[in-house]
Ligand binder design. Sequence first.
Ligand code: NDP
Length: 455
Amino acid sequence: MDYDLFVIGGGSAGVRCARIAAGHGARVGVAEDRFWGGTCVNIGCVPKKFLVMAAEYGAAAQDARGFGWNSAPGAHDWPGLIAAKDKEISRLNGIYRRLLDQAGAKIYDARAVFIDAHTLDVGGERVTAERIVIATGGHPTGLDIPGAEHAIISDDAFYLPEMPRRVAIIGGGYIAVEFAGIFAGLGAETHLIYRQPLPLRGFDADLRVGLAEAMAGNGVLLHPDVLPTGITATAAGKQVSLSDLSLLEVDLVFFATGRAANTRGLNLEAAGVKLGGRGEVPVDEGFATSVPHIFALGDVTDRLNLTPVATAEGHALADSLFGGNRRGVSLENVPTAVFSIPPIATVGLTEQEAAKRGRVKVFVAKFTPMRHNLTGRARRTLMKLIVDEASDKVLGAHMLGEDAPEIIQGIAVAMTAGATKADFDRTIGIHPTAAEEFVTMRTQTRVAGPDMPAV
Ligand code: NDP
């Protein structure tokens, strides 16, 4: 065999797996035909966060007036922002490639396709490997409605030549609410069209209500319980027809309606790798596919599609195969953040999930962040703990508000260590912060359980 391990895909999962395996002394090859660093670095988390930061600066310039600064947001230079973002992303691309190179992996800027279970065609070269990892990620999917070709997906949003004046975003998930914050913050008339009563299905209900209020407060025009039925191109832009029979005139229509695994075109049939119903590659707890020496990691497995999960999986697989340390990755208590404006961060069970399993004590705090007492901006922070009544263990922590992702990361450590509410209560706060609220919530808001509906 040419390699001990061949990794298909140079994203978060693939790069980590290849790099760590090479570090353990394995002969490793890795192929990527698009972007080193994958979705996260190029058309996902990283550039998205730069765009969110750009959007926040506009509001910050307004808010600074409350602190005596004679400032006001001027015109925004979208091409300037995209150029600065592109420069930084190409620096990160280089780092990803260099890391692999320094670890001793052989890099192929090419597409890899299975010939059989141990053989790949990598950009026309025939390559054999003892073990193969599929880490090809996913791609955004649109809706099959008339005129769908007039809409963009998130891949395109990072390269728009100009900032649209009016945008219709379809969907109410992570990508939809994040881009709603970006476009509204940069001054566009922004419509969010989603089929649920509230955005972010699956998140804690209090957060969903709070986010809808915050987005409306930021000027996002919300269209709940609505489906798009068609898009037409007009002289003035695009017209979106909605299931409530209304029509929207916009410049840009953006599908943020989910992602699907990248399994097409890999010729997985030739290797005997079985696919799941959504086109994903199912794996066991050791990341093995239906073929024991072929593994899959990250978004292509369509479990918890988050970068830190993908990198943890890549690391665990490399350690298991070549580092003498067989281990999996627990998907329990994985914290996650949505970079809406303001952001959401959450770890553990929602009130609704926890209440189905047993009786829980619910603590909710809602307050105006200190900064906005001077700025006058109508913005509320929401913090919430869900505590098991019997064991006192904290089962869920949720926050909507500035710095939520930075705060919840530390709370996730405590929860991973099995912290109880008493542990939170005996922790001294840092004053004056919003974070201290998590250790000073003494008054129970309510009890929820299987016998009573969760709020
Ligand atoms: P999500 O699955 O989060 O959201 C998809 C949205 O599209 C939902 O609101 C869903 O509605 C809606 N939708 C799906 N199908 C239809 C349909 N046929 N008609 C109308 N609406 C529809 O996907 P995203 O694209 O936002 O993101 C994909 C994944 O990427 C996320 O789930 C997350 O794992 C990851 N991600 C993580 C980020 C982060 O960590 N900050 C940022 C961005 C993405 P409904 O709820 O009713 O199904």
